[in-house]
Unconditional design. Structure first.
Length: 562
């Protein structure tokens, strides 16, 4: 008879008896697996749990990566049996099937699997979440169909490669029926259908890796053998009107995809690496990107603060945050609200990704003397009411932006800072006189994008106590709060998340705050004043969303603390 998991963990010194009893009490009232409860409480790590399970069941422990489990191997076991037994085949070789199981002592499942598959089963123990995520991905029709398409294309490509080696006609990358053309088409359409924002093709050994960025996270979807990766890259270059003979310099291009019901524009970038050319394609979906302020997901109080900034006739406000935090989307939403027939709105962007009707958009181009700073000089002669500068990167652009704000224009731009208050220090670092800054700056907005819990597999969860304490600080959390997470399902490809929303930290520059800025007060003092005047910090905004059940504690901590 297998030893009890709790006893093993106590013997290993991982937990105390009191911690075990508390976890068992939670298990009795709310259900769930003991090991999962201990991990979620931050009492043990997944590695400690795996080692204890390995000792308990006397079989090897495996940490699964769902994207690395071949869906065709997963489907060797009927879905009903796999789900009911919480087991997933992860490898099949030389008559042996490696079966990852939550309960590897389930002799009945092992026996049935051997009868059904004809393989001899070797069980390994795995975490329940890993097994369920692998099953969701393995039995997801979209993943399976995509992998089947790719397998077919690769078979065609390999046959073509063999034909080329024997002297037959080589693959024509411009022939619509060529295998490489169909493979690239499958990659692009698959990304659109998956709601990806970016497609990465990365030369690795022994195969090129293809990943989609979905809801901000990269997910591997397939690999391409290295002997045909050059043909794939060449095909993409042809589509993007790039030089197929140049592979030593970075290149940029653009692809318009029109496949049946799938239409999209993609910005293509290539760069040479030691393993070959890496390709990244940004999916530009103009129809979904042009949002109004209401669609940004602003809380009512945040909406009122942002509207206050927009209503100002002149001055400057900046949107801050790391790359990929949605700054451009927020600025476009603001411009859409400001767009009126009696206003002249001019933007300078690098590049112009989305066309805004009624707004004059200028593409930054240093080669022709139209970098941000020079373009801003010319724009000032165009009688603008509102100016949007894609990013303030240098002291010249910063100085011109502040000058524009002080001379009767409303100027909007972005900065790379961690929080709203940090915009002041960043502009000071760029040489802006504190006195001028205090008169020009209307406010700053810091933002992050958080993944939303998948509504299809949302369930209550015991929060990670350490992360909760780190986020909450002195903020009281209601005693009756129920936290949630996503278990992982077909809709969310086992991630537990589906879609994203923004959280904001909005700092309005009041007379008191402006005086502190002019006096070159430190950031800590500026933040103290802003919070006292009602600014809601990013951590608090994120925690409020977790309390409301829209996202998880882990997501807030990872996105706000990084």
């Amino acid at each position: 008879m297998a030893r009890r998991l709790g006893d093993i963990l106590i013997e290993r010194g991982a937990i105390t008896d009191a911690q075990l009893q508390s976890a068992l009490a939670s298990q009795g009232s709310k259900g769930g697996m003991l090991g999962v409860i201990l991990v979620r409480r931050g009492l043990i790590t997944a590695e400690q749990l795996g080692a204890a399970l390995e000792e308990q069941f006397e079989v090897p422990f495996r940490r699964l990566v769902p994207e690395a489990v071949n869906s065709q191997v997963t489907r060797l076991l009927p879905e009903d049996l796999a789900r009911s037994s919480r087991s997933v085949p992860i490898a099949a070789e030389k008559g042996i099937l490696t079966l990852a199981m939550v309960a590897p002592d389930d002799i009945k499942t092992i026996y049935e699997t051997e009868l059904i598959t004809g393989y001899r089963v070797e069980p390994v123990v795995a975490l329940e979440g890993d097994v369920l995520a692998s099953l969701e991905r393995g039995f997801d029709e979209r993943v399976v169909a995509r992998q089947t398409i790719v397998d077919m294309k690769l078979a065609d490509l390999e046959a073509s490669e063999q034909a080329k080696q024997t002297g037959a006609d080589p693959v024509n990358i411009e022939d619509d029926d060529a295998p490489v053309v169909r493979l690239v088409r499958a990659i692009l359409v698959g990304a659109i259908n998956a709601g990806a924002s970016d497609i990465h093709l990365e030369p690795q050994i022994p195969a090129m890796r293809v990943r989609y960025r979905v809801d901000g996270d990269l997910q591997q979807v397939m690999t391409i053998p290295d002997h045909i990766e050059e043909a794939v890259v060449a095909r993409i270059k042809v589509m993007a009107d790039m030089d197929t003979t140049e592979n030593r310099r970075p290149q940029d291009g653009h692809v318009s995809l029109n496949e049946a019901d799938t239409k999209a524009n993609l910005r293509v970038s290539t760069i040479p690496t030691v393993g070959g050319e890496k390709v990244v394609m940004r999916v530009l979906d103009e129809g979904n990107r042009l949002l109004t302020l209401d669609q940004l997901g602003l809380q009512p109080a945040d909406g009122r603060l942002l509207q206050t900034l927009i209503d100002k006739p002149h001055g400057m406000f900046v949107v801050t945050g790391p790359t990929g935090s949605g700054k451009t989307t927020t600025m476009y939403a603001v411009l859409t609200m400001l767009n009126r027939e009696d206003r002249n709105i001019v933007t300078i962007e690098e590049p112009v990704e989305y066309r805004l009707p009624g707004i004059n958009q200028v593409a930054s181009d240093n080669e022709f003397g139209m970098g941000f700073a020079n373009a801003l000089k010319f724009i000032m002669r165009q009688d603008p009411n509102v100016i949007m500068v894609g990013e303030i990167r240098d002291d010249e652009t910063a100085g011109l932006a502040v000058q524009a704000a002080l001379t009767g224009h409303l100027l909007i731009s972005t900065l790379h800072t961690n929080d709203a208050v940090g915009a002041v220090a960043r502009l000071n670092d760029l040489g802006i006189d504190p006195f001028k800054l205090g008169g020009a700056l209307l406010g700053s907005i810091a933002q992050r994008l958080l993944r939303a819990i998948c509504p299809e597999c949302k369930e209550p969860v015991e929060p990670n106590a350490k992360l909760l304490r780190a986020l909450a600080g002195d903020q009281p959390v209601p005693a009756d709060t129920t936290f949630f997470h996503g278990r992982g399902c077909k809709k969310c490809l086992g991630t537990g998340y589906s879609g994203r929303f923004a959280i904001f930290e909005i700092m309005l520059v009041s007379p008191v705050l402006a005086e502190a800025v002019e006096g070159n007060a430190p950031s800590s003092k500026l933040r103290e004043i802003a919070l006292a005047e009602g600014m809601v910090g990013l951590s608090t905004a994120g925690l409020n969303q977790a309390i409301a059940g829209r996202t998880t504690i882990e997501e807030v901590f990872y996105k706000v603390s990084s």
